[in-house]
Design a protein around this ligand. Sequence first.
Ligand code: UDP
Length: 219
Amino acid sequence: MNSPLYAVYGASGCGRGIMPLAREQLRRLGVKLDRLVFVDDGVRDSIVNGQRVLSYADFVSEPASERHAVLAIANSLVRERLAAHCAAHDVHAWTVAATNMVVMDEVEIGEGAALSPFVTITSNIRIGRHFHANLYSYVEHDCVIGDFVTFAPGVKCNGNIVIEDHAYIGAGAVIRQGRPGKPLVIGRGAVIGMGAVVTKDVPPGVTVVGNPARPMNKD
Ligand code: UDP
C-alpha cells in the first residue's frame, strides 16, 4: 500500500523557510523524508534544498494513500485559490509548526497554518484557516484572527484585537491592545506597513503606514 505524501506548496522564500520545519515535524513522526516534497508550478529545478519539486499536477497524480499540503505562499489570495484546488482533489490542509513555538491555554488554530520559529500564541485566542505567523511574531490574549491572515516577521499583536480575513501585517508592526468588549479591529484585506504602530481601527482594504499608522497617500 502507498504511504501518505506531504507537500510544502511554494518553493520560493516562504516555502524554503517552512520546509525545514516540515522535515522536522515528519522526522518526529517517523515519516520517511522522501515522502516530503515541494509543490511549485513555476520552479524549473527538480530539487530545491535537497527536496524534490513537483508540479501540482504531478503531486496529485503521484501514488499516495493520502496527501497533505501546507500552503507556504505569502499572498493570501493565492493561498485561498490553492486551498480550493487542494480541497477539490482531496489534499488535506496541513499545519506545520516550529518545535520551539509556544501556545498557551484555550487556543484554536484553523487548518493549514504555517507557524515559524519563536512564534508565541498566548491564551484564549481563536485563529482561522491558513494563518501564517512568521519568525518572532506573537499574538497576545483574547485576539480573534480570521482566515488567510499573514504576519510577516516580528509582528506584535497585543491583546483584544480582531483581525479580519486576508489582512497582511508587515514586519515589526505593533498593534495597540484593544479593550475587553471593545477590540481594536483590523478590517478585511487591510495592509499594515512594515514597522507601523497601529493605535486605532483600520478599515477593510486600507493600507496604513508609520507611527502612528495612517492611511498611505496614493500619489
Ligand atoms: N506558486 C505556485 N502556484 C501558484 C502561485 C504561486 O506554485 O498558483 C509558486 C510560485 O511559482 C513561487 C511561489 O509560489 O515559487 C511564490 O513565491 P513568491 O516569491 O512570489 O512569494 P513567497 O515565497 O514570499 O510567498
